[in-house]
Design a protein around this ligand. Structure first.
Ligand SMILES: [Fe+2]
Ligand SMILES: [Fe+2]
Length: 271
């Protein structure tokens, strides 16, 4: 069972005067991706079939991701009463299909699977932290703070499991690093573009490039330097690198510059 419930949120504080249309669009997309977490939890249970302790944790993790989707969807329906979550989720499931029913990890090992999950939780925890700071609407702020805290806990769960399997499977530094880099590159894949399309732009034809760019334009705008620096530290730890080093600080600066440049370019394209 999740650590907080939808009824714990102060919905009565919702303030329609403090909405930002760009943020509402990315929250709608995020609600679909989060709600789909149950499918990935099933996949993790198959990959770790003989590890009942982790399977129980993965199931709880999946329930929490689904709840993130529910909370964001409820907020999105307040922000945009025309938002039909059920219809949007059906569109998302139709256009984004990944085979989660297999028992082999796409990352080649259980360690690799955990490294990839750490990358995802790094992305989500920094994203919700950034959203919580950027949002002026008080209910969304509260939801994003709660979700960000969960995502950090998820990261810690996967990192602990990674350490448990790393020695047993003999997965070395370079293989871990490769998984981190590959999973980062996949962030440009269909999932977020599809979710953005299914939630916001479903009247036209699905154009992956356009939807991906429109999603990124709104999403990148919420990040500040501290959010990016925190994410780089988490990635360093997932790869087995020291997060308290010159290399890490250089990585933080580089990541912020790349992100800022891309955010400015996307903002200019959308203007
Ligand atoms: Fe989540
Ligand atoms: Fe998570």
């Amino acid at each position: 069972m999740a650590r907080w419930q939808l009824d714990d949120i102060g919905w009565e504080r919702f303030d329609a005067g403090k909405l930002d249309p760009g943020i509402t669009r990315i929250v709608k997309a995020a609600s679909l991706v989060e709600y789909n977490g149950g499918a990935y939890a099933r996949h993790l249970c198959l990959v770790f079939a003989d590890d009942p302790e982790f399977r129980a944790s993965a199931q709880r993790w999946g329930e929490e991701e689904i709840q993130h989707g529910r909370a964001l969807a409820r907020w999105a329906a307040l922000a945009d009463p025309g938002f039909d979550f059920a219809a949007a989720f059906a569109r998302f499931r139709d256009s984004f299909r990944v085979d989660f029913e297999c028992s082999r990890s796409r990352r080649g090992s259980r360690t690799g699977e955990m490294v990839a999950r750490c990358v995802v939780e790094t992305g989500t925890s920094s994203y919700y932290r950034a959203l919580a700071d950027a949002a002026a609407e008080p209910v969304l702020k509260e939801i994003c703070r709660r979700i960000a805290a969960d995502e950090v806990r998820h990261y810690k769960l996967f990192r602990r499991t990674l350490e448990r399997y790393r020695v047993r499977e003999g997965v070395g530094f370079w293989r871990r690093l490769l998984v981190v880099l590959r999973r980062l590159a996949e962030a440009r894949d269909d999932e977020l573009a599809c979710a953005y399309y299914a939630a916001n732009e479903f009247n036209g034809r699905y154009d992956r490039r356009r939807c991906s760019r429109n999603y990124a334009r709104h999403a990148f705008a919420v990040y500040r330097e501290a959010h990016v620096a925190g994410a780089v530290k988490m990635l360093f730890k997932a790869a087995g690198l020291c997060a308290n080093s010159r290399l890490c600080r250089a990585g933080e600066r580089l990541a912020w510059q790349v992100m800022r440049r891309r955010a400015l370019r996307l903002a200019a394209l959308g203007a």
